[in-house]
Ligand binder design. Structure first.
Ligand code: KIV
Length: 271
């Protein structure tokens, strides 16, 4: 019997059990009540209220502008739609770097005001003090290494990270530091598959990949990307399970035609 089929509620301990038993972890982003409810009912293990809401929901070019209040709004909407999945909430840019006291109060606000189950932060040893402080309050922390979109202006581009030996060694050291600090899992974004596989093998905690190959303990995708709602984003790592963009445009065209022609509403569709 799989761990997945055997639990009523997914917790960080359940994810650890999945890793121990070699069962892959499924994770998708979610930003609103309706989508979160559908994803949760489908049996996903983890819903990430990603700061990608800044791009997907608000239309910003980067994840930097989204605020703590806005993340709490999205997270509380998601939590109301979820019965089973573990809800992880991204801490937005500026809410945890540099000042560990501020990091703790940001994390406490997320937990209190949204009802989320854990937080995610981007970065390695440079944010260890913040992570340690958040953990002292009993708040589970997920790490995020590799391509960390909140640092896009430092990187300059969204290309694959850690291809060079020194960056790869730093990433491994960061992953080990996050595990030693007490993070319950780590997301690895857009790094070579061999490196991600090595990290997943060397670490005891679950490693979730996005653009990091198949040798990790689970996968995460942005829900709008995997449904094909966003037809302008086509990276190599993305598998599209639907072409919702085309389907939606088709439905909107038919509705417009029906309204214009007077076909909608018909006799059965009125009182
Ligand atoms: O914000 C987000 O959607 C993320 C995923 C890409 C992992 O951090």
């Amino acid at each position: 019997m799989s761990v997945h089929n055997n639990v009523k509620k997914v917790t960080t301990h359940v994810l650890q059990q999945m890793k121990s038993e070699g069962e892959k972890i499924s994770m998708l982003t979610g930003y609103d009540f309706t989508m979160a409810r559908i994803i949760d009912k489908s049996g996903i293990d983890v819903i990430l209220v990603g700061d990608s809401a800044s791009n997907v929901m608000a239309g910003h070019e980067t994840t930097l502008p989204i605020t703590l209040d806005q993340m709490i709004y999205h997270a509380s909407s998601v939590v109301r739609g979820v019965e089973r999945a573990l809800v992880v909430v991204d801490m937005p840019f500026g809410s945890y770097q540099g000042n560990s006291k501020e990091a703790l109060s940001s994390a406490i606000r997320i937990m209190k005001e949204s009802g989320g189950h854990s937080v995610k932060v981007e970065g390695g040893q440079e944010i260890l003090e913040s992570i340690t402080r958040i953990l002292t309050a009993g708040i589970p922390v997920m790490g995020h290494l590799g391509l960390t979109p909140q640092s896009i202006y430092k990187f300059g581009t969204y290309v694959v990270r850690a291809k060079e030996e020194d960056e790869a060694e730093l990433l491994i050291a960061d992953a080990k530091a996050l595990q030693a600090a007490g993070c319950f899992a780590i997301v690895l974004e857009k790094i070579p598959a061999d490196l991600a596989t090595r990290v997943a093998k060397e670490l005891a905690i679950p490693i979730i990949g996005i653009g990091a190959g198949n040798g990790v303990d689970g996968q995460v995708l942005v829900v709008h990307d995997m449904l094909g709602i966003n037809n302008e984003f086509n990276p190599r790592f993305l598998r599209k399970y639907h072409n919702l963009y085309e389907e939606m445009v088709g439905s909107f065209h038919r509705y417009i035609d029906d309204v214009k022609s007077g076909d909608f509403p018909n006799k059965e569709e009125q009182y």
